[in-house]
Design a protein around this ligand. Structure first.
Ligand SMILES: NC(=O)c1ccc[n+]([C@@H]2O[C@H](COP(=O)([O-])OP(=O)(O)OC[C@H]3O[C@@H](n4cnc5c(N)ncnc54)[C@H](O)[C@@H]3O)[C@@H](O)[C@H]2O)c1
Length: 362
């Protein structure tokens, strides 16, 4: 058997998982474990117990609580950054400085300054760097992009995305032992539902259409949960060619309700994907024919998760980084757009709409 830590074994890509929390544990780790081209050489977390618990799922993987040591682990070639948003910059920069490719979770950072610094660190290091927008790679979304490129919908007029969940103040991810809901902390998250979920939609629109949203306006909501950040948002924008885009996100949608939907509307038909936005394989995709109004299912690979497809895409890009289609500079532009769409203020620090209304009445 090949030593999983043998640096000379270049048939597989050696990964370091940085941040052994929910998304790494439940979504990235299974994708890496199932990938014949990948191996995990180290797991690093400031909580060494969490690093150890995840590392033991991978033969030969070493647990660390020190970033620099982990990123120097023999055979390490790529780092998956899955810490809370405010720590992305430090972790990604350390990985890039060690010469590793960087796959950094979304949003790139909790602030625009940190995101810019992260991008600069990766560019200066000359490493392949990507935001972990897994939904770009969901097989239903790839099929949608193919159909759009073939002109199956005629002239595309709009893209409508709904992506929400239920996230009360005391929420903790499955398996969490800390119960620390950093997602509603304006400092560590950088905002609420909008900053957490809208980046996926903005990225996906570009991945589907081949052009990004270029102007947008956003309204935030703090309506259900008692925390300092928004629990709902809607962004409305348009692309250079004039496709209208709406992206509705929420932390206040009860999860028995439909809450993951993507629609692309054109003059010849409409594509509807349901339950494909998210981390898991499957969901449905249908094409409604504009001539007849009839709907037919569209086939796609329902066994491959977006995380598995993402791992494959990043590893393929390592062989030829110039072909990576989503440079970090582009993702940073979209993050700027996300913030600019709010007008004055930054996510999570806008005045409470209820208070503003009271002040206006006073
Ligand atoms: N792509 C997706 O669908 C998706 C889904 C969920 C989360 N995410 C993103 O993944 C990231 C992690 O989210 P999560 O839900 O797994 O969080 P989590 O709180 O479950 O896990 C975060 C882990 O990072 C560790 N950590 C914190 N600061 C650190 C540091 N400076 N160095 C090393 N380790 C540190 C914590 O101890 C914890 O184990 C976030 O950026 C989030 O937005 C993406």
């Amino acid at each position: 058997m090949t030593d999983p830590r043998d640096p000379a074994d270049d048939a597989t890509t050696g990964w370091v998982i940085a941040g052994a929390g929910w998304v790494a544990r439940d979504h990235m780790a299974p994708a890496l474990a199932a990938s014949p081209t990948s191996r995990v050489v180290a797991v690093v977390d400031r909580d060494l117990g969490a690093a150890r618990a995840l590392a033991q799922r991978f033969p030969g993987a070493v647990a660390h609580d020190d970033l620099a040591t982990a990123f120097r682990e023999p055979g390490a070639r790529a780092a998956y950054v899955a810490t809370p948003n405010h720590a992305h910059r430090e972790v990604a920069a350390a990985a890039a400085a060690a010469g590793l490719a960087v796959l950094c979770e979304k949003p790139l950072a909790a602030t625009l300054d940190d995101a810019a610094a992260l991008v600069q660190a990766c560019e200066e290091a000359g490493v392949l760097a990507a935001t972990a927008f897994d939904q770009r790679f969901h097989p239903a979304h790839r099929r949608t992009a193919e159909l759009l490129a073939e002109g199956a919908l005629g002239t595309v007029t709009s893209v409508r995305i709904v992506y929400g969940c239920w996230l009360p103040p005391g929420w903790a991810p499955p398996g969490s032992t800390t119960g620390d809901n950093w997602r509603v902390d304006p400092v560590r998250a950088g905002g609420g539902a909008y900053v957490d979920l809208a980046p996926h939609g903005l990225d996906l629109v570009g991945a589907l259409l081949g052009e990004d949203v270029e102007v947008a306006t956003t309204h935030l909501q703090r309506r259900v949960h008692d925390y300092a950040v928004d629990d709902g948002s809607v962004l409305v924008g348009s692309t250079p060619s004039g496709v209208l885009v709406s992206i509705a996100n929420s932390f206040n949608t009860v999860e028995t309700l439909p809450r993951r939907r993507l629609e692309v509307v054109g003059t010849r038909g409409q594509l509807v994907a349901q339950n494909t936005m998210g981390q898991t394989a499957g969901g449905t995709l249908e094409l409604i024919d504009a001539a007849t109004g009839e709907s037919s299912p569209v086939g796609f690979d329902t066994a491959t998760s977006p995380f598995a497809a993402q791992v494959r895409a990043v590893e393929e890009a390592l062989a030829d980084p110039a072909r990576w289609p989503f440079p970090l500079a582009r993702d940073l532009r979209l993050l700027h757009l996300l913030h600019a769409a709010l007008g004055a203020g930054v996510p999570g620090t806008r005045p409470d709409p209820a208070l503003t209304a009271q002040e206006a009445r006073a």
